[in-house]
Design a protein. Structure first.
Lengths: 398, 95, 225
């Protein structure tokens, strides 16, 4: 047993010197492979981090959200829907909300406007804690808003003390900035303008008898699916979203099947594996000669395969370590800046993410299985064919 | 070889301590994020604000990515990173 | 008797258009602790016979017993282990790996044995000293002289202390001084109890006083003269 271990240590020694002898080739393979793993690992780390962000942050989202669809598109919800929903047994509170998008033409920024009655929302009285400066306006106070940090920057860049927005009839509505959200909530509030529900209704010209959606709060969490079904049955043109469905969205929104970003990464990986297979399949005359001599000198086919295995393992292991380390640094220190073009696209306002890369064993194992194992298979399997080199040529004047 | 392994170990020790620090900071601030979500009824992260179905993947209607045409090719860069909203939610179907 | 061959025949590409009968009905007995030469023109089958004795290839027919093993129908793995234990090879052109150091070249046969690093180093150091090439231990083998290369090849063949040494045309590309030196080493090894078989048509080899027997070959057969 001990002899077997020592033999493998000797083989690893030989492999290391063999790798060093062909260091130019091996270093270039390692660098390219590390680059591929870097991309795959970065993608996994950043999507894992964002998913975790979402699952943690949205844990206190409304249990049920009721929207209204018309011709497949979201439209206003009549407030008397809220009364119907409130009458369902188990519903604790129904709070209407107005929210929508505002496009700022000067900066090209898409902003989200939310109008809500904070007195009726859970933890509304604690919203002050989420502000870096200022304070939450009094309930019903008109013309005062809370904004995300990017919006504060936009307002300051215009050299104005007020935030001016246009109504659908192009009349102007001005708002004083009462408070700015803390950087810790950037990932949720960066593009938000939070105002009194009356101001939002005025800004978007939404009827007093309507809202954008209804936030429904339930007394017993176990009853959420039942109540959601009852709401859907009572309101045929409504779309009923539960908190569980919001979570589910964020578990698949960055999935491998989403978008050509992951396809590109997998394509790069597949190309690299094919390249590795091609390299491993052919033997140079020197390598052929080396194998023949080794076999004559008493090396078994399994020993030669062990050398190939350790060559592949050391290169792949080195690339995996370098790639994952680089990916961690990329995601944690640089906020995955290489992926910015696809993560934020044409958005002009960017939150500071301060991502925590998903460093779970399962994530690392997934990256390992997607990168190292195919590479090992691509180098060791063809090496089997190469290792069965006829030895009789060695004694006839090689 | 041993020197290389020692350097690697040192680098990883530094990165791991950074990871623990970042994790602690994250957990300390998650309470603030949960307050913001609860008080404002938020449903989505604010990262990609170029289109409403990438700004609100959980809450936007399934038609949103196809507003221009049912078979419209993706024209937002973030569409390659953010999957289209799943057709979730219950619709009343005359139970 | 260390080596016994009875009716050994070797046919390459049997049944095909390019069939070659390399050996025909070879009967040969070689005693232990002797120095033997296989002599003959190119293509007479010397190297093939050496390959069979060296358990590198198996005969097509006939019976062969090499240092207690009958290689016919043996799996490749057993032949490899047998070679490792019992046979040392000195190739034509020596076939040293030039990118490895002298020390690494000599260590090659020891790697599969599972010896500790220290044990391997001790054996190699002893041989380097014995052949007066200790000062070249860490040199790349591609940068040493022809004479030193020859000694490295012999050292590598001896590192596992095999009872049988096989050398295929070892002096083919050496000058007369180095050829003479080579045969002196072989004589010493014979005195030390090794059995040696050398293929050569070099008179400096075949007519050396230490040679016990010269076996002539022609057209795949042994000439009984």
């Amino acid at each position: 047993m001990n002899g077997g271990l020592t033999k493998h240590l000797n083989i690893i020694d030989y492999t290391l010197s063999s790798l060093w002898r062909r260091r130019a080739r091996n270093v270039s393979v390692l660098v390219v492979f590390a680059g591929v793993i870097f991309l795959v690992a970065s993608f996994q780390f950043v999507t894992g981090a964002l998913t975790q962000f979402a699952l943690d942050s949205l844990r206190t989202a409304p249990e049920i959200t009721v929207q209204r669809l018309s011709a497949g598109r979201q439209t206003e919800v009549p407030l008397d829907y809220g009364e119907q929903v409130a009458s369902i047994h188990g519903v604790r509170e129904v709070v209407p909300r107005i929210w929508g998008y505002y496009f700022d033409e000067v900066t090209g920024a898409n902003l989200t406007v939310i109008g809500v009655d904070l007195e009726r929302m859970p933890l509304g009285e604690k919203l002050n804690l989420t502000l870096a400066e200022g304070e939450v306006p009094e309930p019903g106070a008109s013309g005062r808003v809370l904004v995300g940090r990017s919006i504060k920057r936009i307002v300051e860049s215009k050299g104005s003390a007020y935030l001016s927005l246009f109504r659908p009839d192009l009349s102007q509505a001005s708002f004083a900035i009462a408070g700015v959200f803390d950087a810790a909530t950037d990932v949720l509030t960066n593009d938000l303008i939070v105002m009194d529900i009356g101001d939002a209704r005025d800004l978007f010209h939404i009827s007093p008898a309507a809202a954008t959606d209804l936030c429904v709060y339930v007394a017993n969490q176990e009853e959420v699916p039942n109540i959601a079904r009852k709401i859907a049955a009572a309101l045929p043109d409504a779309r009923v979203l539960t908190r569980a469905q919001i979570s589910q969205t964020y578990q698949v929104v960055f999935g491998w099947r989403s978008g050509f970003a992951s396809v590109c990464l997998l394509t790069a990986l597949a190309a690299f594996v094919i390249f590795a297979w091609d390299k491993a399949s052919g033997l140079s005359p020197e390598e052929r000669r080396e194998i023949t001599i080794l076999k004559i000198l008493g090396w078994e086919t399994s020993d030669i395969l062990a050398v190939r295995f350790w060559e592949g393992a050391l290169v792949a292991g080195g690339a995996f370590t370098a790639g994952c380390t680089g990916a961690y640094i990329h995601v944690a220190y640089f906020d995955a800046s290489l992926f910015r073009p696809v993560m934020v696209g044409w958005s002009v306002i960017h939150p500071s993410l301060r991502l925590v890369p998903s460093l779970q064993v399962s994530t690392l194992l997934l990256i390992f299985c997607f990168t190292v194992l195919p590479y090992m298979a691509a180098t060791v399997i063809p090496a089997w064919r190469s290792a069965i080199v006829p030895t009789d040529s060695a004694l006839s004047g090689m | 070889m041993l020197l290389l392994l020692a350097c690697l170990a040192a680098v990883h020790a530094v990165l791991y301590s950074h990871y623990r620090h970042r994790l602690t900071e994250y957990e300390a601030r998650s309470g603030l994020r949960q307050i913001a979500t609860a008080a404002l009824g938020l449903s989505d992260l604010c990262i990609a604000t170029e289109a409403r179905y990438t700004r609100h993947p959980a809450a936007s209607d399934p038609v949103a990515p196809f507003m221009d045409h049912p078979g419209a090719i993706e024209h937002f860069p973030t569409g390659s990173f953010w999957a289209p909203p799943i057709p979730g939610g219950l619709r009343g179907e005359g139970e | 008797m260390l080596i016994e061959l009875e009716g050994v025949t070797k046919i390459y590409n049997q049944g095909q258009i390019n069939e070659v009968v390399a050996l025909r009905d070879i009967d040969l007995r070689i005693e232990a602790h002797t120095l033997n030469c296989l002599r003959g023109a190119s293509g007479c089958g010397k190297s093939t016979l050496l390959s069979i004795i060296g358990c590198v290839i198996q005969p097509t027919s006939g019976r062969a017993a090499i240092a207690g093993l009958q290689p016919a129908r043996m799996p490749d793995r057993f032949l490899t282990v047998h070679r490792r234990r019992c046979i040392g090879f000195i190739f034509q052109n020596f076939n040293i790996l030039p990118a490895l150091t002298v020390r690494e070249n000599i260590t090659l046969p020891l790697v599969p044995l599972g010896l500790s690093r220290r044990a391997m180093a001790e054996r190699v150091d002893r041989l380097l000293q014995r052949f007066s090439i200790s000062h070249r231990g860490n040199f790349p083998a591609g940068r040493i002289s022809g004479g030193e290369l020859q000694r490295v090849a012999i050292a590598r063949a001896l590192v596992n202390d095999p009872p049988l040494i096989l050398a295929d045309e070892p002096t083919a590309h050496l000058d007369s001084r180095l050829s003479r030196e080579f045969m002196e080493y072989m004589a010493v090894l014979k005195q030390a109890g090794k059995t040696i078989i050398i293929t050569s048509h070099d008179p400096q080899v075949t007519e050396h006083p230490a040679v016990d027997r010269v076996i002539d070959m022609k057209d795949g057969r042994i000439n009984v003269s």
